[in-house]
Design a protein around this ligand. Structure first.
Ligand code: ATP
Ligand code: MG
Length: 596
């Protein structure tokens, strides 16, 4: 069996990189170093016993059979049995140890990567798409698991075996060693070629599997459109192309391994033939004993197998190295929004001051905020309005330090948010996002993520605080109702109620709300509005508003246009100015959502 695996040139590690990675792996493996040493010991034992079996056979032939000494022969037989059992026993043990080490390592690695992802700030997830991150966790770790499970073991023992086999052969007879090595150049050259070709073939297969998958996915997701325009035949034709390409690449990869394995078999037979022929002639001339020749024939596989294994594993090792490199680069990425070493607690309350902040998303060139300043006093309500893509949500996120501004500062009670402890920051300022995210679990679980240590009473009073007690009591299991994946069991309004109750549970001084753009039906709408009203009471509120009703409740309105605050004032002030806001208010008045 040949091991699938390969690495593209840009992923291939330099020698220095490889060295650092090996060092790091070894450091990470510290907790189970004992098992690693045990594995090493087992490899040494199996290598020694494997190589000594032919030598015992040699003794049996020369000192036993040919010398007609039954004592020596019996001794050899017993010894041979012992050595072979040892090989078997330690081989099994080795398998267990190596597996355990490998799997423990993968477990640590998965945990480390997951932990690191949890620590990352929003900007990280802008840069790395969730799909790619999941691929890191699954495919990259998977590509290592093959190596870890048996590849590493083979790699190690093959290397040792090769070295010691040559030593043993030389000790037995240098003349026969030369004979044994005659076919070696063919084998080495063929192995190098195979390693290169199979790497290339593997990369092509991998790429075409991807293309075929996306063709499949596209065909399925767009099937309605395809059928609407009766384009099934065209879709099938397109899929056929990528499907055939995939087939061809598999064929090619099989061809690559077929000739190689044929050649390997042939060199083995050739070497065996040469050994018997030339060795027999040496025996005839008395240069070596018959036992030595037999030992050599038996030892040939210890010489050739490692070469073959090493060449096959080379690609697996390389691709695992590349995968590790990518995973380590995730482990090394520092969260942008991190706690300052000298961080202090935020005061209980205070003004929220935005001073000349500018901000650009990593994925974009154009600033999402450009030199924005604004102050929200204690208990004041500020509404952010403006056209879509203007930067309202961005400003809201920066006011809660989900991102750090590139320039300027955001302060709460005179303390720069960058200098605040994460704990006090998340307790004082709570963000209720545009789409409240729910986890698979009960409603209670979904509230508790806001404060893990909250008691049931606290959870109930948080729900009572937003006036949603009755609503949740209607569910068959009350607060223990399963919301299913992403809250699919709940209506959009109910999901918002959960999100608001979460915020109430934290009981923050500042509330940052990103109002959902989608409208709810009037009944639910009223309930959510009531909950909001109660949640907002007595707090400083920054709300990204999409409804006139929300705006009218605010003390101040900031109109965000093109990454800047274009207008600021009260509802009536701004109407009187007859600018952006007045225009927006007219648009609202026309749309049916506020006719109520
Ligand atoms: N994660 C992101 N990565 C890159 N660019 C982003 C990201 N989020 C927003 N942007 C861009 O930044 C700009 C401001 O976006 P923002 O979400 O603040 O707009 P908004 O005013 O909240 O719009 P809406 O009313 O549609 O919610 C837009 O041009 C948007 O495309
Ligand atoms: Mg927005």
């Amino acid at each position: 069996m040949w091991h699938a695996g390969g690495v593209s040139d840009e992923d291939r590690l330099s020698r220095a990189q490889a060295r650092t990675i090996i060092g790091r792996v070894f450091k990470m493996a510290a907790p189970f170093r004992k098992t690693i040493y045990l594995s090493f010991a087992c490899v040494m034992v199996t290598t020694a016993t494997t190589l000594s079996a032919p030598i015992i056979v040699r003794h049996g032939i020369d000192a036993g059979i040919r010398a007609k000494n039954s004592g020596e022969l019996n001794k050899s037989v017993v010894l041979y049995l012992i050595v072979v059992s040892l090989t078997y026993t330690f081989g099994r043990l080795l398998f267990v140890f190596v597996n355990r080490t490998g799997e423990s390592f993968l477990r640590l690695l998965r945990l480390a990567v997951f932990r690191q992802m949890q620590r990352q700030s929003m900007a990280f997830f802008d840069r790395n798409k969730a799909g790619v991150l999941v691929a890191r966790m699954t495919a990259d770790i998977e590509s290592m698991s093959e190596l870890v499970q048996f590849g590493l073991l083979q790699f190690l023992s093959a290397a040792l075996m090769l070295i010691f086999a040559i030593v043993v052969l030389l000790l037995l007879s240098w003349q026969l060693t030369i004979v044994a090595l005659i076919v070696m150049p063919i084998l080495v050259l063929a192995s190098i070629k195979f390693q290169r070709d199979s790497n290339k073939a593997y990369l092509v297969v991998r790429e075409r599997v991807g293309t075929n998958l996306s063709a499949l996915q596209e065909g399925i997701t767009t099937v309605r459109v395809i059928q609407a325009y009766a384009q099934e035949e065209e879709a099938i034709r397109k899929f056929k192309i990528s499907n055939r390409a995939l087939f061809a690449s598999h064929e090619k990869s099989v061809r690559v391994s077929t000739w190689y394995f044929a050649l390997i078999e042939f060199s083995g037979v050739l070497a065996g033939g040469l050994m018997i022929g030339i060795g027999g002639w040496f025996v005839h001339r008395g240069t070596v004993t018959l036992g030595t020749v037999v030992a050599f024939v038996l030892l040939l596989s210890s010489l050739f197998d490692p070469v073959q294994q090493l060449s096959q594993l080379y690609n697996t090792v390389q691709s695992a190295g590349a995968a590790l490199n990518k995973l380590f680069s995730i482990l090394d990425s520092k969260p942008e929004v991190d706690e300052h070493p000298a961080a202090i607690e935020l005061p209980e309350t205070g003004d929220l001051k935005v001073k000349n902040i500018s901000f650009t998303y990593a994925a974009s060139e154009i600033p999402a905020l450009n030199d924005v300043s604004i102050t929200v006093g204690v208990g004041e309500k500020l509404a952010l309005v403006g056209p879509t893509g203007a930067g309202k949500s961005t400003l809201a996120k920066l006011m809660a330090r989900l991102y750090d501004p590139a320039e300027g500062t955001v302060e709460f009670g005179g303390v720069n948010l960058k200098m605040a402890t994460m704990g006090s920051l998340r307790n004082r300022i709570v963000v209720v996002p545009q789409e409240g995210f729910l986890f698979n679990g009960t409603i209670r679980d979904n509230l508790r993520i806001a404060r893990v240590e909250a008691t049931d009473t606290e959870i109930e009073s948080a729900i009572a605080a937003i006036g949603a007690t009755e609503h949740f009591a209607q569910f068959s299991d009350g607060l223990d109702t399963q919301v299913r994946e992403r809250g699919s069991r709940l209506s959009a309004g109910e999901r918002q109620l959960v999100a608001l109750a979460r915020a109430a549970l934290v009981d923050p001084a500042v509330l940052v709300l990103d109002e959902a753009t989608s409208n709810l039906d009037p009944g639910t709408e009223a309930e959510v509005e009531y909950a909001l009203e109660r949640l907002m009471t007595g707090r400083t509120v920054i709300v990204v508003a999409h409804r006139l009703s929300t705006v009218q409740r605010a003390d101040h309105i900031a109109v965000v246009v093109d990454a800047k605050i274009a207008e600021y004032g009260s509802h009536n002030d701004l109407l009187a100015r007859n600018g952006h806001y007045a225009q927006l208010a007219r648009a609202w008045a026309q749309s049916h959502s506020i006719t109520s």
